[in-house]
Ligand binder design. Structure first.
Ligand code: FAD
Length: 531
């Protein structure tokens, strides 16, 4: 009774405790509207149909962005004390993805094209196990969280055979891999669009579906022509793992600022703030958007209040002019290639060689082919010659940016000779903590056709939880770093000693791994039963 009226939660992938809060199955929708309303209430100036196409910067400092008006085609400069990129993921570099058509990684690319800001772990790409096949419309993990199961061509529930403990609710990378494995064994369902598996939520009953999974039901009805509440095979939905989330992004400090380009901040899926590493936990992304919006938002506001800018108008003009000339140049190209073909080829390459299972040969091929495509974009010929409201021109400047992003993903994946989280190398199946406990950093030198890659080491001796078994997936699949055990012993000792003297978990956590946060956010979260 004391819980009545409090926020509810549901089971979601990879968590022992139910802690995923929801508003039916349209949580993001209700959140987004509440936040947008708040912005309107506070008179935030919202301008849409405007696209940032480059960043204005000088002496390693960011001064704003060059923006193209998608309707008039006008190019203008938005100069600001601070600039924050929150442009989402880069899923559309893949052929099949759950991401919206605008998730093309252009925000990531403009940071990369400064040559100064760096991208982190671009090869860390998450695949979701149950988008509807072949459209890619997502059927939420809540389906399996609530008790839905995966079935193969024989109607057999195969996940418990692979993952006896977590079954259908193992983490996304694991379920996606097991599904691909099972289809490779010939247990997939053949259709004219390719092979897929089934998601069965009919076993949850019509009442549950119509209350908690309404959106899923509607999607299945509108796009697959089935009612998932129908009992038996009639209600099963065709599903296939697809690109879903971009763990990689613009590398930032904990404050959200780029460590290399002052005044440039990033938050959300576009950023590599890096609370996700190589596998984002289900439900942690919309949480990150709001949490990063609050934390990074505060650091960003402080930055804007405490810093002044002085920037010569000729610098601003130089950046604007460069893009104006670039648009004219694109329209005047008289080559033989079609920009849409180049884009589709890129998506195919990423799908084929930089997907769920990767290996050295495929990745080398991907890098070579993508680089070739990047060179070909100079050889296009646009049919539509308008500077304004021109979707073909938009493709012409976006595709080269997408190719650069794709090259960062493919090259990062090629170099990383281990399997970690969602990055699976069939030729290097072990997680290698001895050699690869590091973050890939990619940057792009002007004029180059390949990214420059460096690495940022992670310090085990500063970790609250040193590397160990992740709790699911294959056991013993790990090359240990000798410091892991040293740090574990140290952490255990601190904990034991502090517990013996009656210290609470906040004090213990602070002793093991102190972290900085604005005081208003570091306050304790009061929970039911605290008092
Ligand atoms: C189908 C689906 C279901 C999901 N379900 C869940 C879930 O259940 N739980 C969970 O935690 N996460 C979920 N996620 C992930 C989560 O929704 C996203 O990570 C999150 O919405 C990203 O928010 P964002 O604000 O960082 O970026 P986005 O929401 O992608 O917003 C980016 C914005 O930037 C704009 N933009 C892009 N480039 C430019 C440019 N160059 N100039 C100007 N504007 C630009 C875009 O138009 C867009 O409006 C889901 C994702 C998908 C695709």
């Amino acid at each position: 009774d004391d819980k009545h009226g409090l926020i509810n939660s549901r089971d979601f992938g990879g968590t022992k405790k139910w802690r995923t809060c929801y508003t039916a199955d349209a949580t993001g929708h209700t959140m987004l509207f509440a936040v947008a309303n708040e912005a309107l209430k506070r008179d935030v100036n919202i301008e849409d149909r405007k696209e940032a196409i480059s960043l204005i910067h000088e002496n390693n400092r960011c001064y704003g962005a060059v923006v193209r008006d998608l309707i008039t085609g006008e190019i203008s400069a938005y100069v600001a004390k601070g600039t924050l990129i929150a442009t989402g993921g880069y899923g559309r570099i893949y052929e099949i993805t759950t991401n919206a058509v605008i998730c093309e990684g252009i925000g990531t690319a403009i940071a990369l094209e400064t040559g100064i800001a760096k991208l982190g772990n671009m090869e860390a790409v998450q695949f979701h196990p149950t988008p509807l096949f072949p459209s890619g419309i997502l059927l939420t993990e809540g389906c399996r969280g609530d008790g839905g199961v995966l079935r193969d061509v024989d109607g057999y529930r195969f996940m418990p055979d692979y993952e006896p403990e977590k079954k259908d609710l193992a983490s996304r990378d694991v379920v996606s891999r097991r599904m691909m494995e099972h289809m490779r064994k010939g247990k997939g369902v053949k259709s004219r669009y390719g092979t897929h598996l089934w998601l069965d939520i009919s076993i949850l009953g019509r009442e549950h579906i119509e209350r908690n999974l309404r959106d899923v039901q509607e999607i299945c009805q509108s796009f697959a022509g089935i009612d998932p509440a129908d009992a038996g095979a009639k209600g099963w939905a065709p599903v296939h793992p697809m690109q879903h989330y971009s763990m990689g992004g613009i590398r930032t400090k904990p404050t959200g600022e780029s460590p290399t380009l002052k005044g440039l901040f990033s938050a959300g899926e576009a950023a590599c703030w890096d609370m996700h590493g190589f596998n984002r936990l289900g439900g942690n992304s919309v949480s990150e958007t709001v949490v990063a919006g609050m934390i990074v938002g505060n650091y960003f506001a402080d930055y804007c209040v405490n810093n002044q800018i002085e920037i010569p108008t000729y610098t601003v003009e130089k950046f604007v002019k460069e893009k104006e000339e670039y648009m004219h140049e694109l329209l005047s190209l008289k080559g033989t290639q079609n920009i849409f073909d180049i884009k589709n080829k890129m998506k195919r390459i990423m799908q084929e060689y930089v997907g769920i299972f990767r290996d050295g040969d495929g990745l080398s091929k991907a890098v070579t082919e993508l680089e070739k495509l990047l060179k070909q974009v100079k050889n296009i010929n646009l049919k539509e010659k308008n500077l304004f409201a021109n979707p073909e021109l938009e493709e012409a400047y976006r595709v080269p940016m997408m190719l650069k992003v794709a090259l960062c993903v493919a090259k990062g994946a090629l170099n990383r000779t281990e399997s970690r989280g969602a990055h699976t190398r069939e030729d290097y199946p072990k997680r290698d903590d001895a050699n690869w406990l590091k973050r890939t950093l990619t940057s792009w030198k002007r004029g180059d056709t390949l990214p420059t890659i460096e690495y940022e080491d992670l310090d085990i001796m500063k970790m609250e939880i040193p590397p160990g078994f992740r709790g699911y997936g294959a056991k013993g699949n790990l090359i240990e770093n000798e410091l892991s055990a040293v740090r574990q012993a140290q952490v255990d000792k601190i904990r034991e000693e502090m517990e013996a003297t009656g210290k609470d978990r906040y004090a213990i956590q602070d002793a093991i791994m102190p972290f900085e946060l604005q005081p208003e956010y570091k306050r304790k979260n009061e929970r039911l039963g605290d008092r």
